[in-house]
Design a protein. Sequence first.
Length: 145
Amino acid sequence: MPLKFDWIKPTRGNTGKRRGTAGANGVRVSHGEYKKSDGTMAYSSQIRLGPDVMKYCRFLVGDRVVFAVAGDGKDMCMAIRRDPSGDGFTLSNARGKQAHGKHDEYGTLKMSRKDIPQVDVPLSACSLNDQGFLIVPILAEYLYE
């Protein structure tokens, strides 16, 4: 049965401090939390694409991309693709303007927390389908806390 992806578009806003750092390569999903000015806790997530993934997918820092998650608990995968409409998440980088337009740097998507487990997936486990989606399997062996 083919997977049906529900593409997630960003909601603009502050994502606060982030926790955890990604490895140099592959795809990493991490979560963070921060205290808002009114004292309540807020949560954020980031998906970090290593330089190897950026080159493989021909993504550039500054591109707009969207992602989707399909499946449930044990059988999940995530898809990431460039968003030609320009409404997606911006691939950012800590180096700012120095990294803009480069594909040999890592790229980060920041968003409000979604129900995606924290994973660290090597590029060798990912695949690029014929429609240009990067398919990232979310398997137990890639989970971390």
